[in-house]
Design a protein around this ligand. Structure first.
Ligand code: GDP
Ligand code: MG
Length: 296
């Protein structure tokens, strides 16, 4: 048998290009979390793929936002640090010749990066085969890629080829995690992230400056296979709090139900979720809060 390979691949891409869908497709199973550990100080999520060829550790890159707030500064620094740690970078985009400001920002942040950059064109199921070449041509104008590969994370087209390609950029190396590991995120972080995603989905664009989620209590009842989770959605203004709660609590209820189902699905346990809403003015510019939420 050939020697095993291993290494780190940073993933970057605008929201909604399909990063989570691709990860789920590559990992091929629901993330099964067995134990709760205290919130780590690191915000970076690792997903681990292992097969007989070796191991790929995927590093999530925080979005590169314009650095208007401390959170923004942090994001840019964290993205740079992630690239420095990676053996290769995978940039995920949508299959469209229209390249928006978000993707242009990513391209400029990748300009000085000296690692192989692989462009993954996702959602190719949405376009005709002959429309792929113009997309490739449009992105080639922006950056010098080591490789370009069209995939559909949702359908599963091209994802095996993508794994082959990624392994081709990795060197011989040890397995960093045992082969059952699929993530280093704690149950607490995963719950917070699922609640945040669900809230953003339900609120659409009604909360202009974003929200954070803090899990304040988490305990497991062995007898019923139930997690009891208390969490707070943190927003910046009283008016935002009103929107998040909704008429007669209806919005918060919808967010809670959606998030509960997601957490239950992912952890294969029952979940008893209590959601609260807290206002913390300017939390995104406050070092202490950022630290508390695992951003530092
Ligand atoms: P993320 O924000 O980058 O993690 O994106 P998600 O993985 O959450 O996906 C955003 C949306 O795009 C979801 O509605 C997915 O179902 C959809 N999506 C992801 N991959 C594909 C794909 O290959 N084809 C199509 N048609 N939709 C996709
Ligand atoms: Mg996602």
């Amino acid at each position: 048998m050939d020697k095993q390979k291993s290494g780190f691949v940073a993933i970057i891409g605008r929201p909604n290009v399909g990063k989570s869908t691709l990860m789920n497709r590559l990992i091929g199973q629901k993330i099964a979390i067995t134990s709760d550990k205290p919130q780590t100080t690191r915000n970076r999520i690792q997903t681990v793929y292992t097969d007989e060829r070796g191991q790929i550790v995927f590093l999530d890159t925080p979005g590169l936002h314009k650095a208007r707030t401390k959170l923004g500064d942090y994001m840019v620094d964290a993205a740079k640090a992630t690239f420095a740690d990676a053996d290769a970078i995978m940039w995920l985009v949508e299959a469209s010749t229209y390249i928006g400001a978000g993707d242009k920002d990513i391209a400029s942040s990748l300009q000085e990066v000296k690692k192989p950059i692989i462009l993954v064109i996702n959602k190719c199921d949405k376009i005709k085969k002959e429309e792929i070449l113009p997309v490739i041509a449009a992105y080639k104008e922006l950056l010098d890629f080591a490789d370009i590969i069209p995939v559909s994370a949702a359908v599963g087209t091209g994802t095996d080829d993508l794994l082959d390609l990624l392994f081709s950029y990795l060197k011989e190396g040890p397995l960093y995690f045992d082969e059952e590991t699929v993530t280093d995120q704690s149950m607490r972080q995963i719950a917070a992230e699922l609640i945040r995603e669900e809230a953003l989905k339900k609120l659409r664009d009604e909360i202009p400056h974003g929200i954070a989620v803090e899990v304040t209590k988490m305990s497991y009842r062995e007898d019923g296979n139930i997690y009891d989770i208390d969490a707070s959605i943190i927003c910046e203004r009283d008016s935002h709090k009103g929107i998040i709660i909704g008429k007669g609590g209806s919005m918060l209820k919808r967010i809670g139900t959606g998030a509960r189902l997601q957490i239950e699905d992912m952890t294969q346990t029952r979940v008893n979720l209590k959601l609260f809403v807290k206002v913390r003015k300017d939390w995104r510019d406050n070092d202490t809060f950022l630290k508390e939420f695992g951003y530092k």
